[in-house]
Design a protein around this ligand. Structure first.
Ligand code: ATP
Length: 669
C-alpha cells in the first residue's frame, strides 16, 4: 500500500500532497465537529437564560468553519486525485510497455513466469489507480477519523464505549477484505470459465472473424462463450448469496452494538452522571463511528499486490535509471547527429536518403567515435560503417526449458556485403537462427561473431544498437494499425504522421522514393488518402490490405531501414503471400539491394533462393550443404537437389496436365 503512495509521490507529487493533506484535514474536522456540536447544544440552555456570550459565539464560528473546511477538503481531495489519475495511469502503462520491450533478449519474454506476470498486471492495472484514489482520498480520511472519534468517545463517555462498535467495524472490514478479494477475481476475468469465454469472444470478433463466419462457426462460438461465461460467474453468484447472508448478520450486530452504546449514554444522562454537553458530544461521535465502514481495506490490499507485481515486472529503480539514461542518450544524439530526435526524424531533409549515402560517412555519431575493438568495428557501431561479416561458429541452441537442441554445432558464414540464402524443411531451425543473429537469444554453446566480436560479449545497450543495424522481415511481419506512411517509415526507427502533436502533413519525398524501389507505388496511389490512409478498417477512412499487400508494405519497411542505415537485411519467407509478378520483383530488388548490405534470405520457394550465389541447407541443426544452385544440383544424393526436384516436379506435373487438357480441347474443337 505504501508502495502506491510512494509511486504517487514520485509521479504526481503536488497532487498527492494536496490529496493527502486534504484527507488529513478532513479527518480532523470529523473529530472536531461532534465535539463542537456537543458544546453548542450544551451551551444553548445558558444562552436562552443569559443571552449570547463571547465563548459561545466562538464555538459557533469554529463549528461553522469546521463544517465549511470539511466540505472543501472533500472537493480538494477529489481534485488532487483527478490531477494525479492521468499521470498515474500513463506511468503504469509506460512501465508495462517498458518491461515488455526494453530488453533486447527474447529469453525473458518467452519465459512462462514472465508471461503470467505480464498477464496478471495487465488484467489488474486499473486497480493501481483505484488503490491510489482509495488510499489518498478515502483511507487517509476515514482511518484517522475513526481512531480520533473512538479515542474522543472513550474520553468523553467511558473508555470501553467505542470498543463494541470498533470490534464490529474491524470484523466487518476483515470479512469485506475476503469477500472483495474473491469477488474481484471473478470480476476481473480471472476464473478459468471467464478466460475461455474471453477466448471464444476474441475468436469470433478478432482476426479470424471472417473465416469463422464463412465456416459457420459463429453460432458455435456464441454458445461456447455463453456457456463459459455462465460457468465463470456461477461461483461469483453463489458467493454473493452466501456473503449477503453474512453481511446481514454483521450489519445487525453493528446496529445492536451502536444502540447499546447509545442506550448506555442515555442512561448515564438520565441518571445525572453526564451533562447535556457530554451526551450531545457522545451521540454524534457514536453515530460517526457507526457510519464508518472500512470496505476499502480489501481493495487497497489488492491494489498493493498488483503494484507489487508491477514492481517485480518493472522495478522502479531500473525503470527510472533507464529512462534517465535514455533521455540523456537522445539528447546527446541530438547534439551530434543529423538523424537523432523523433521530432527531427519526421522532417524529410534530416533523414539520410539513399542519395545521401555518400555523405553519410561524414556524419558523426557518439557511437561511431567510441565502440571500436582493436582495428575492428563493434556490432553496435552505427550505420555509417560498412556492412558487417557474420559468423556462426559451432553454434548450438535449445529453447529455455527444453532439452532439445534446435541448432547443434552449426557453422555458417554471412560474408560482409554478400547475400546468403537458407533453405530447410519446416521446423529445421531457420527462424531460430535469425533470433540468434539479432542476439534475441544467445547460443547455448558456440559463438555468433560480428566482425569478429562475440554477440554474447555485448551489454544491453550494445545489443540494442546491434539490433538497430539489422532489418529483419520475419514470418509474422508487423501489421501496424497506423497510416501507410508510418508502416514504412518505422523502418527508419521514426514515426512519420502518427505523432501525438498535430503536425502538418509530412513530406512524402522519401517514402515515394522507397515506394518506387519496393514496387508499391500503385498500391499507395490506390489508397484513399495515399500515405495518410490508416491501414485499419476500424478507423475513419481506414482500409485493410490483402496478405500480399501487407507483405509488400513490410518489404518497403525493410528497404526504408536499409536506406536509413541498417546494414544487415534478413528476409524470412518474404514471398509467402506474393503473386508471381511481385515475387519476381522481390527477387530482382533483393539481389540489387543485397549488393550494399550483408543479407540472409530464407524461403521455401526455390524460385526465390535459386538466383542467390550462396545457398545453405539447414538440417538436423547444422548446415549440411552449401554452394551455388548449380553446384548443389550437381550433388547426386544432395538434400537441396532432392527438395528442388520435388518442388519442380509438382510444377512439371501441373504443366503436363495443362498441356494435355489444351491438346484435348484442340482435338475436340
Ligand atoms: N519459442 C519457442 N520455444 C520452444 N520451441 C520453439 C520456439 N520457437 C520455435 N521452437 C521450436 O524450434 C523448432 C525450430 O523452429 P523454427 O521456427 O526455427 O523453424 P523453421 O525452420 O523456421 O520452420 P518453418 O519453415 O516452419 O518456418 C521447431 O520445432 C519449434 O517447435
Amino acid at each position: 500500500m505504501f508502495g502506491i503512495l510512494r509511486f504517487g509521490l514520485r509521479v504526481a507529487r503536488k497532487s498527492t500532497v494536496i490529496a493527502v493533506a486534504a484527507a488529513l484535514l478532513g479527518a480532523a474536522t470529523a473529530i472536531v465537529i461532534p465535539v463542537l456540536t456537543g458544546r453548542a447544544i450544551g451551551g444553548a440552555l445558558g444562552v436562552i437564560r443569559n443571552g449570547l456570550d463571547r465563548p459561545y459565539v466562538v464555538v459557533l464560528i469554529v463549528l461553522l468553519l469546521a463544517l465549511a473546511i470539511s466540505n472543501v477538503t472533500s472537493v480538494l481531495g477529489q481534485t488532487g486525485f483527478e490531477l494525479a489519475d492521468g499521470p498515474i495511469r500513463r506511468e503504469v502503462t509506460l512501465r508495462i510497455g517498458w518491461a515488455l520491450s526494453h530488453d533486447p533478449d527474447l529469453t525473458e519474454m518467452e519465459d512462462p513466469a514472465t508471461a503470467a506476470l505480464v498477464q496478471k498486471v495487465r488484467s489488474r492495472e486499473w486497480e493501481i489507480s483505484m488503490g491510489y484514489q482509495l488510499l489518498t482520498g478515502v483511507a487517509t480520511r476515514q482511518i484517522p477519523a475513526l481512531i480520533g472519534t473512538a479515542v474522543t468517545l472513550g474520553i468523553v463517555l467511558t473508555w470501553w464505549a467505542p470498543l463494541p462498535i470498533m470490534i464490529l467495524i474491524l470484523i466487518n472490514a476483515e470479512y469485506l477484505r475476503r469477500v472483495i478479494t474473491t469477488q474481484m477475481d471473478v470480476w476481473s476475468g480471472q476464473t478459468e470459465g471467464q478466460k475461455h469465454a474471453a477466448y471464444a469472444f476474441e475468436q469470433a470478433m478478432g482476426k479470424a472473424a471472417k473465416e469463422i463466419r464463412i465456416f459457420g462457426l459463429a453460432d458455435y462460438l456464441r454458445r461456447r462463450m455463453m456457456g463459459y461465461a455462465l460457468e465463470g460467474y456461477r461461483p461469483y453468484w453463489a458467493r454473493r448469496w452466501r456473503d449477503a447472508g453474512l453481511s446481514v448478520v454483521l450489519g445487525v450486530a453493528k446496529v445492536i452494538a451502536t444502540l447499546a452504546v447509545i442506550c448506555y449514554a442515555a442512561w448515564q444522562a438520565a441518571t445525572g452522571r453526564i451533562d447535556l454537553t457530554t451526551i450531545a458530544t457522545a451521540i454524534p461521535l457514536i453515530m460517526a463511528m457507526a457510519d464508518t465502514d472500512l470496505w476499502m481495506i480489501g481493495q487497497l490490499q489488492r491494489a498493493g499486490t498488483t503494484y507489487g507485481w508491477l514492481e517485480q515486472l518493472a522495478p522502479t529503480k531500473q525503470y527510472a535509471q533507464d529512462q534517465t539514461e535514455g533521455a540523456a542518450k537522445v539528447a546527446a544524439a541530438a547534439r551530434t547527429t543529423k538523424i537523432a530526435t523523433p521530432a527531427e526524424l519526421t522532417s524529410a531533409d534530416t533523414i539520410i536518403r539513399p542519395a545521401d549515402a555518400d555523405t553519410a560517412d561524414s556524419i558523426e555519431t557518439p557511437a561511431s567515435t567510441a565502440m571500436v575493438v582493436g582495428d575492428r568495428r563493434r556490432p553496435d557501431e552505427p550505420a555509417t560503417s560498412p556492412p558487417p561479416g557474420i559468423v556462426f561458429d559451432e553454434v548450438s541452441f535449445g529453447y529455455p526449458g527444453s532439452d532439445r537442441l534446435i541448432l547443434d554445432g552449426l557453422s555458417l558464414e554471412l560474408p560482409a556485403g554478400d547475400a546468403v540464402a537458407l533453405v530447410g524443411v519446416n521446423g529445421a531451425g531457420k527462424s531460430t537462427l535469425v533470433k540468434l543473429l539479432v542476439a534475441g537469444y544467445l547460443p547455448t554453446r558456440g559463438r555468433v561473431l560480428v566482425d569478429g566480436v562475440d554477440l554474447a560479449s555485448l551489454d544491453v545497450d550494445q545489443r540494442r544498437a546491434w539490433q538497430r543495424r539489422v532489418s529483419p522481415i520475419t514470418q509474422e511481419f508487423l501489421r501496424l494499425p497506423l497510416p501507410a506512411g508510418d508502416n514504412v517509415e518505422l523502418g527508419s526507427g521514426a514515426v512519420w504522421a502518427g505523432r501525438l502533436d498535430p503536425d502538418p502533413v509530412p513530406d512524402t519525398a522519401v517514402l515515394d522514393d522507397i515506394a518506387q524501389r519496393a514496387g508499391i507505388t500503385d498500391l499507395v496511389q490506390r489508397l484513399p488518402a495515399g500515405w495518410l490512409t490508416s491501414l485499419d478498417k476500424t478507423m475513419p477512412g481506414g482500409t485493410d490490405l490483402s496478405g500480399g499487400e501487407w507483405q509488400r508494405i513490410g518489404l518497403a519497411r525493410a528497404l526504408r531501414a536499409v536506406s536509413s542505415g541498417a546494414q544487415v537485411l534478413v528476409l524470412d519467407e518474404p514471398a509467402a503471400a506474393l503473386d508471381v509478378q511481385s515475387e519476381a520483383r522481390l527477387v530482382d530488388g533483393y539481389l540489387d539491394l543485397a549488393r550494399s548490405v550483408t543479407s540472409l534470405i530464407i524461403s521455401h520457394r526455390f524460385s526465390v533462393v535459386r538466383p542467390v550465389p550462396s545457398i545453405c541447407v539447414l538440417e538436423h541443426g547444422r548446415i549440411v550443404e552449401h554452394g551455388a544452385h548449380e553446384e548443389l544440383m550437381d550433388i547426386a544424393d544432395g538434400r537441396y537437389r532432392a527438395m528442388f526436384r520435388m518442388q519442380a516436379s509438382r510444377y512439371a506435373e501441373a504443366d503436363a496436365e495443362v498441356e494435355a487438357e489444351l491438346r484435348a480441347a484442340e482435338v475436340e474443337a
